[in-house]
Design a binder for this molecule. Structure first.
Ligand code: ZN
Length: 375
């Protein structure tokens, strides 16, 4: 399979240069689902680029008859974030101009005062397939109105133009996969949404976190929230239905580095997901029965912040399973009162697994040290 490659300009710079976006469209012989995959929305989170490259190489060995539908692949999807450097460090989590987190900028139809209840009532007698088509069309009609603001003389801030480009590629997808890593050191895990707990383990990662409360305006959330709201409306109207629309954020290990094990897990999980969903018709591909995945709601994610400034030593490794009372790390504290430095042990409040840790081992008071998924 050979993809169609399209390049679109993103931002004209003061120097006269352009930032552009390039994406790859694989189209199968048969009509089916549209899958949208992107990586590197946060500039320092690069493992997904390698995963998508490997995915595209693998797709190149398949025939169009083996793809049912379309795969749209967007590596390095945020050039403005990718190119940011501070000494040796790739940060790229926030837009340096405005301070916006690049993954909290997206247009969410549900938040824009949409009357989804009225829409659901108007569709009550229709079959789910038609409702899905109608709702998708409805969302897109609202989205397209953003264009006039962008084109107006006053225009809009860059992050609003940028989100318009990415969401115009992905809004009509059935499955959206957004590939991230920790900004620091992390496990491989997937963020999933309500009623999608059967599909989350297909990614074969080390854990799944249910996004039961939202930060707001993340790429996956903005895509799926209107659909979850529509499902909720139909439940209230006593005609429950679950649309075959899904969005996931895959977290593939640590930032600013390529962990080959995380990359292997990422590619294997995406292959398994696409095959199980019937997007790829590969009867002879070795099927993997997902092992039990640790599924936890987001409120079981606890981050530990330094109680004082100092140097972090003897920190438990990412992936460690700990009991309540286990020493998570020691804080070597210096003082200015004529005393010798002291060492303070910080213990786990609850049992669980260490899923993330700060890459820097020197902190001021209140800075992030380590993250746990609690049992
Ligand atoms: Zn990220």
């Amino acid at each position: 399979m050979i993809p169609t490659i399209e390049t679109i300009p993103l931002q004209h710079l003061a120097s006269g240069d352009y930032l552009s976006l390039q994406f790859y469209k694989f189209v199968g012989d048969r009509l089916g689902k549209k899958v949208y995959l992107q990586s590197n929305l946060h500039g320092g989170e690069i493992a997904g680029n390698v995963v998508l490259h490997r995915l595209m190489e693998w797709l190149g060995t398949l025939a169009p008859s083996q793809l049912v539908g379309e795969l749209w692949v967007v590596p390095v999807c945020n050039p403005a974030g990718v190119n940011v450097r501070s000494h040796h460090y790739a940060s790229g989590r926030f837009e340096s101009y405005s301070g916006h987190n690049w993954n909290r900028i997206f247009w969410d139809y549900e938040k824009k005062g949409a009357n989804i209840q009225a829409f659901a009532k108007s569709q009550l007698e229709l079959e789910p397939r038609i409702i899905q088509q109608n709702f998708r069309h409805h969302i897109q009609q609202q989205f397209l109105q953003l264009r006039s603001e962008i084109d107006a003389a006053a225009s809009v801030p860059f992050h609003e133009k940028y989100r318009y480009v990415l969401q115009s590629l992905s809004l009509d997808a059935d499955y959206v996969l957004d590939l991230h890593t920790s900004s620091d050191l992390g496990l491989t895990y997937v963020y999933y949404f309500r009623d999608r707990q059967d599909s989350a383990p297909l990614f074969l990662l080390e854990a799944g976190i249910l996004l039961d409360d939202y930060d707001g305006d993340a790429f996956d959330e903005a895509f799926i929230k209107p659909w979850l709201a529509l499902e909720q409306c139909f439940t209230e109207l006593e005609r429950p239905m679950r649309f075959e629309v899904e969005a996931y954020t895959l977290e593939l290990g640590s930032g600013m580095q390529i962990d080959s094990e995380a990359v292997d897990r990422g590619i294997r999980g995406i292959q398994n997901y696409l095959i199980t969903k019937g997007v790829l018709d590969l009867s002879d591909f070795p099927r993997i029965t997902p092992p039990p995945m640790r599924l936890v709601p987001r409120n079981k994610q606890r981050r530990y912040y330094a109680p004082a400034g100092g140097v972090i030593q003897s920190r438990v490794p990412v992936g460690a399973v700990v009991e309540a009372g286990t020493i998570l790390y020691e804080l070597l504290r210096f003082s200015k009162d004529g005393a010798m430095p002291t060492v303070q042990a910080v213990q786990a409040q609850q049992p669980g697994v260490v899923f993330d840790a700060a890459i820097s081992q020197i902190v001021n008071e209140g800075e992030y040290v380590v993250g746990m998924l609690e049992d």
